[in-house]
Write a protein that binds this ligand. Structure first.
Ligand SMILES: [Zn+2]
Length: 313
């Protein structure tokens, strides 16, 4: 029996607070958990318009470094146990601009301090963490530059990458100068692409914006030439089965098998596991249920470690 990978290749700090912890905080503050979040916690799927307020309610409790540290405890618990000696790690996306400037939930110093402590806690449990800064695609490139203005002057060593997320509304060729600035500052480049936008966005992110890693990318499966590009350039693709099922209407059977068979270096992530409950063993089980052959499962497990950024910090 193949053991699951020991790596969560894509999780957002803002979507990773444990449900029980959020419920406890809400109770303490006399707040009612919205029906949308309760529904997601029960495993129901909602349209994107339902997901967003649930997500915001949950991450609204990220006020201060202690709450940030709490995310890491929850994230480590979502990894398989360490008994087989395999390396364990998490590639964690975070949106400092959203938390510290847009919502003013905490200061950048508090965010970095909570993350520093959380990363030390994870290291004590044998888990490596890399952090990727997320900017919101549909807020446009001015926002992208503001995100870089915020982090580049005060960047901890474990912040290794820059990414776009959100709605794929602004073309990647417009984002190219922002990615170039991040690259020149020594950051690795990733993008959410081919998730809520067409598969061609995956090609655009690689060819026009120069990213070396794709998050989701599932709509690329409809384009053999884009799968070929991903395989040829050995671009890692982080696939999140629970999240994709919830947030991509009409996806049908998940294209992970097709992507792996085309030679794409896919690995599994949890995306927003505190909002849409899931963990790495559960995602692995879901992948097995897609009917992958043993060598495809082995590839999925191998990529998880080989392409992770947390082992390259
Ligand atoms: Zn994501």
């Amino acid at each position: 029996m193949l053991l699951p990978p020991r790596v969560d290749r894509h999780a957002h700090l803002e979507g990773s607070l444990d449900a029980a912890w959020v419920r406890q905080q809400a109770g303490r503050e006399g707040k009612t958990v919205p029906d949308t979040l309760e529904a997601l916690w029960r495993g129901e799927t909602l349209p994107f318009e339902g997901f967003i307020p649930a997500f915001f309610f949950s991450c609204g409790f990220l006020r201060g470094s202690a709450a940030v540290r709490e995310v890491f405890r929850a994230a480590v618990n979502r990894l398989p146990a360490p008994e087989d000696g395999q390396p364990r790690g998490i590639d964690l996306w975070v949106s400092p601009h959203y938390l510290c400037v847009h919502e003013k939930l905490l200061t950048l110093d508090e965010l970095w301090r909570g993350m520093e402590e959380g990363i030390a806690d994870a290291a004590a449990a044998g888990v490596k963490v890399a952090v990727i800064i997320d900017a919101v695609n549909h807020f446009g490139i001015r926002h992208g530059h503001e995100v870089l203005d915020l982090v580049l002057g005060n960047r901890p060593p474990w912040v290794v990458g820059f990414s776009t997320g959100g709605i794929e509304g602004v073309p990647f060729r417009e984002w190219a100068p922002v990615f170039e600035r991040a690259r020149k500052a020594g950051m690795r480049l990733a993008a959410h692409a081919g998730e809520n936008g067409p598969g061609t966005h995956v090609r655009d992110a690689i060819v026009e914006a120069g990213v070396s890693r794709i998050v989701h990318g599932v709509h690329a499966a409809a384009h053999p030439e884009i799968l070929e590009l991903l395989a040829e350039r050995r671009i890692p693709v982080d696939v999140c089965l629970t999240s994709n099922r919830g947030l991509i209407p009409g996806l049908g059977p998940h294209p992970l098998p097709k992507m792996l068979r085309a030679g794409v270096r896919c690995a599994l992530g949890t995306d927003d596991p505190g909002v849409m409950p899931c963990d790495v063993p559960g995602e692995w089980q879901a992948a097995r249920e897609l009917g992958l052959a043993v060598e495809e499962l082995e590839a999925l497990r191998r990529h998880a470690v080989e392409d992770a950024w947390c082992f390259k910090v």
